[in-house]
Design a protein around this ligand. Structure first.
Ligand code: ASP
Ligand code: MG
Length: 365
C-alpha cells in the first residue's frame, strides 16, 4: 500500500467526459489499496480565458483580485472531479481548496512561493479512507489573502503536498508521457528518458522545457520528493525524476525556447531580476528575459537552444557541431551562456521545427 499524490493538468480535465474517465482510473487506484490524493489544474484553457477577460477591464489588473479570479478555475475542477468520483462511489471523494489544506505562501500575488503545507484535513480525509481532491496552483498568504503560484503552478502544489504527507511518489500526468531528450512535438525522434536526476531536470525546466514546472522540480530536489512523469491518457509512467543519476557524464537533453526577449540598456541602468543572461561590458548591458517577465521592457524577440548534461561545455566536439550547423543555416549567435551543466546558445532568428529536429538527431540519434 502506497501513499500517492497524482496531478492532472488542464487538458486532461478539459471536459466532463475526460473527468469521468480519469475518475474511473483514480477509483481503481484507490481500490487497489493505495491512498490517493489528486491535484488538478483548471479545466482546459479556462485560466487563459479568465486572464483575458480581466484584461478587457483593466490593462494591468489588480494582482490581489487577479488571484481571487484565476484561483476560481481550480475550484471548479476539484468540485467536478469529486462529483465524478462520488458518482462512481458515493462519499469517496472530498475536494479542498489551497487554503483548506493549509497551503501557506508568501504574499507575492501571481507568483507566490510555498512556505508550508499544514495538510491536517488531507490526513484526516485519508484516514477516513477517502480520496482527497486538491486545487492546484493556489494557496493562502501569511496575511490571509488568496495567492497563486505562477502559471503551471499545480505541479508545485503536487510536489509540496507530496512532501508534506511524506508520500511515496508524486505522479505528474500530462499530454506527453514523460521526459524526452527534447520536446517530441518538435523533434519526433526524441527518446524517452527512463530516469532523470533533479539537477538535469531543473536545468531543463529552467531552460524552458514545458513538461515540468521549474519551481516544482526545485521543491522536489530540496524536499527529496520522487516525481514520476506520465501520460494522462494512458496512465503509464515514462520517467522517474530523483536524485539517482546514471548518466551524469553524457549529454542528456536539448531544449529549444522561443519565448525570450533580448533587451539592451544604456550605461548605469540597474539590471532587472529574473534574467536568463546578463552581460555588462564597458558600460553597455544586455539581458535576456522570459517573455512572461519582460513586462514593459522594450527589446527584440530571440530564441535559445540549451544543451544539458553534466560538464556539457567540456564536450567541445558536440558543442562545435551544433555551432557549425547554426552557422550553416545562417542563424546569428547573439550570446552564449555556459554553466557546469548547461550550454545555452542565444540566437537571433527562430529555428524552424525541422532544424530543431535535425540538431536533436545529430546529437542523440
Ligand atoms: N491553471 C493554472 C494555469 O493555467 C495552473 C496550472 O495549470 O497548473 O497556469
Ligand atoms: Mg516562480
Amino acid at each position: 500500500m502506497a501513499l500517492v499524490v497524482q496531478k492532472y493538468g488542464g487538458s486532461s480535465v478539459a471536459t466532463p467526459d475526460k473527468i469521468r474517465d480519469l475518475a474511473r482510473r483514480i477509483v481503481a487506484r484507490h481500490e487497489s489499496g493505495d491512498k490517493v490524493v489528486v491535484v488538478v489544474s483548471a479545466m482546459g484553457k479556462s485560466t487563459d480565458a479568465l486572464v483575458s477577460q480581466a484584461r478587457e477591464l483593466a490593462q494591468i489588473p489588480d494582482p490581489r483580485e487577479m488571484d481571487m479570479l484565476v484561483s476560481a478555475g481550480e475550484r471548479i475542477s476539484i468540485a467536478m472531479m469529486s462529483i465524478a468520483i462520488n458518482g462512481i462511489r458515493p462519499g469517496l471523494a472530498m475536494s479542498f481548496t489551497g487554503s483548506q489544506i493549509g497551503l501557506i505562501t508568501d504574499c507575492n500575488h501571481g507568483d507566490a512561493r510555498v512556505l508550508e503545507v499544514k495538510g491536517d484535513r488531507l490526513r484526516e480525509a485519508l484516514d477516513q479512507g477517502r480520496i482527497a481532491v486538491v486545487a492546484g496552483f493556489q494557496g493562502v498568504s501569511t496575511t490571509r489573502e488568496i495567492t497563486t503560484l505562477g502559471r503551471g503552478g499545480s505541479d508545485t502544489t503536487a510536489v509540496a503536498v507530496a512532501a508534506a504527507l511524506a508520500a511515496d511518489v508524486c505522479e505528474i500526468y500530462s499530454d506527453v508521457d514523460g521526459v524526452y531528450t527534447s520536446d517530441p512535438r518538435l523533434a519526433p525522434s526524441a527518446r524517452l528518458l527512463d530516469t532523470v536526476d533533479y539537477e538535469t531536470m531543473l536545468e531543463m525546466s529552467a531552460a524552458g522545457a514545458k513538461v515540468l514546472k521549474d519551481d516544482a522540480v526545485e521543491y522536489a530536489r530540496r524536499l527529496g520528493v520522487r516525481i514520476a512523469a506520465g501520460s494522462s491518457s494512458s496512465g503509464l509512467i515514462g520517467t522517474i525524476v530523483s536524485s539517482e543519476n546514471l548518466n551524469r557524464d553524457t549529454l542528456q537533453a536539448m531544449v529549444y525556447n522561443d519565448r525570450l526577449r533580448w533587451v539592451a540598456f544604456g550605461a548605469g541602468v540597474p539590471l532587472p531580476p529574473d534574467c536568463r543572461l546578463c552581460q555588462s561590458v564597458e558600460g553597455r548591458s544586455v539581458v535576456v528575459v522570459d517573455e512572461k517577465h519582460a513586462g514593459a521592457m522594450e527589446g527584440v524577440p530571440c530564441v535559445s537552444l540549451s544543451l544539458i548534461g553534466a560538464r556539457v561545455a567540456a564536450q567541445r566536439e558536440r558543442v562545435g557541431e551544433v555551432l557549425a550547423r547554426l552557422e550553416e543555416v545562417g542563424n546569428r549567435v547573439l550570446a552564449i551562456s555556459s554553466t557546469s551543466s548547461k550550454y545555452e546558445i542565444f540566437l537571433e532568428d527562430p529555428l524552424p521545427p525541422a532544424q530543431v529536429s535535425a540538431i536533436h538527431d545529430m546529437l542523440f540519434v
